[in-house]
Design a protein around this ligand. Structure first.
Ligand SMILES: Cc1cc2nc3c(=O)[nH]c(=O)nc-3n(C[C@H](O)[C@H](O)[C@H](O)COP(=O)(O)OP(=O)(O)OC[C@H]3O[C@@H](n4cnc5c(N)ncnc54)[C@H](O)[C@@H]3O)c2cc1C
Length: 277
């Protein structure tokens, strides 16, 4: 998201950009994000508020074109605390005049901030963004930024910067999500419940599914799904009265282990797989 957007802007200003990436699409962090507009765990506040407001205006503009995969939702954020204290505009809302304090659309109707929240569908948006570039993506790993050709290198390697720049201040956070069928949930509203920082919750509707989260757990390794986190997220949705559908899971059909007979079995097995599907 960061590298492609940076390229788009630089190209629009007349620069010639070479884009290098170790991986694209599904193999990036950007592919798994919710991905709704909300400045979560980013700083410094003043700069983030301005960058976020600018990005929001851009995404709202893009939402006019359905092919981008961007839609404009109504976002709600339930902050930590009781929700009954005198309202003070959140730091990220300084450039956003329409942010208002309202009852959240969930059980108990705690007070929440309501705002305009563009939501991106990464699987649609990232290919669309790529198609807008003059540059094509060179697929390879960069090991030394100073050895790259050109006048200037812009480093958009996300977590990859930890190794590439030897930056051990960059702390990976584990974010686990659950994707469900829409059920009876409102597809025009995203909701974040930040009241318990150790058990954050969000629901982000896409056009045909829901993304529920979440967590932000410091980690140094790639972990698989933690069923306890999934259960906690789904229980949180139920507690808030959000009527989500069944969890969508990747189903796997194993078609391997054909001994010394792969050419002898391929077509028959392929048709058996097709039948299962
Ligand atoms: C579960 C989850 C939910 C999220 N929800 C939201 C949300 O709702 N809203 C929001 O705004 N954000 C959200 N985020 C955060 C968002 O996904 C990230 O901030 C964003 O994707 C970072 O983009 P990036 O381009 O910097 O990183 P990446 O998508 O990781 O891209 C980095 C690129 O650099 C390449 N690269 C790395 N190292 C090298 C190297 N040495 N050589 C060559 N190429 C290299 C990679 O291959 C990749 O192409 C969420 C994140 C997670 C995990």
């Amino acid at each position: 998201m960061i590298g492609l957007t940076t390229t788009l802007v630089l190209e629009s200003l007349g620069h010639t950009v070479r884009v290098v990436a170790r991986a694209t699409g599904e193999a990036t962090t950007s592919a798994v994000a919710g991905a709704v507009w909300f400045p979560y765990r980013a700083g410094p506040p003043q700069l983030v508020a301005a960058w976020a407001a600018r990005t929001r205006a851009w995404l709202v503009e893009l939402a006019a074109n359905a092919a981008t995969g961007v839609d404009v939702l109504e976002g709600y954020e339930i902050e930590p605390g009781t929700g009954h204290e005198p309202p003070e505009l959140p730091w990220w809302a300084v450039d956003l005049p329409e942010v208002t304090r309202v009852a959240a659309p969930c059980v108990g109707a705690p007070l929440a901030w309501r705002f305009v929240a563009p939501r991106v569908t990464p699987a649609t948006f990232l290919p669309w963004l790529t198609s807008q570039l003059r540059a094509t993506i060179e697929l390879r790993s960069v090991t030394d930024l100073t050895a790259e050709p050109g006048d200037l290198v812009v480093n958009c390697t996300g977590l990859g910067a930890r190794v590439l720049c030897n930056d051990d201040q960059l702390q990976p956070l584990l974010g686990q999500i659950v994707v469900t069928r829409p059920g009876a949930a409102h597809l025009g509203r995203s909701l974040t419940d930040d009241r318990d920082p150790d058990a954050i919750f969000y629901i982000i509707p896409r056009r045909d599914e829901l993304v529920l989260g979440g967590c932000a757990i410091p980690t140094d390794e790639l972990a698989g799904e933690d069923p306890a986190i999934t259960a906690r997220i789904l229980a949180h949705a139920r507690r808030l009265g959000l009527d989500v559908g069944d969890v969508l899971r990747v189903r796997i059909i194993h078609n391997y282990g054909h001994g010394g007979a792969g050419y002898t079995l391929a077509r028959g097995c392929a048709e058996a797989v097709a039948q299962l599907i």
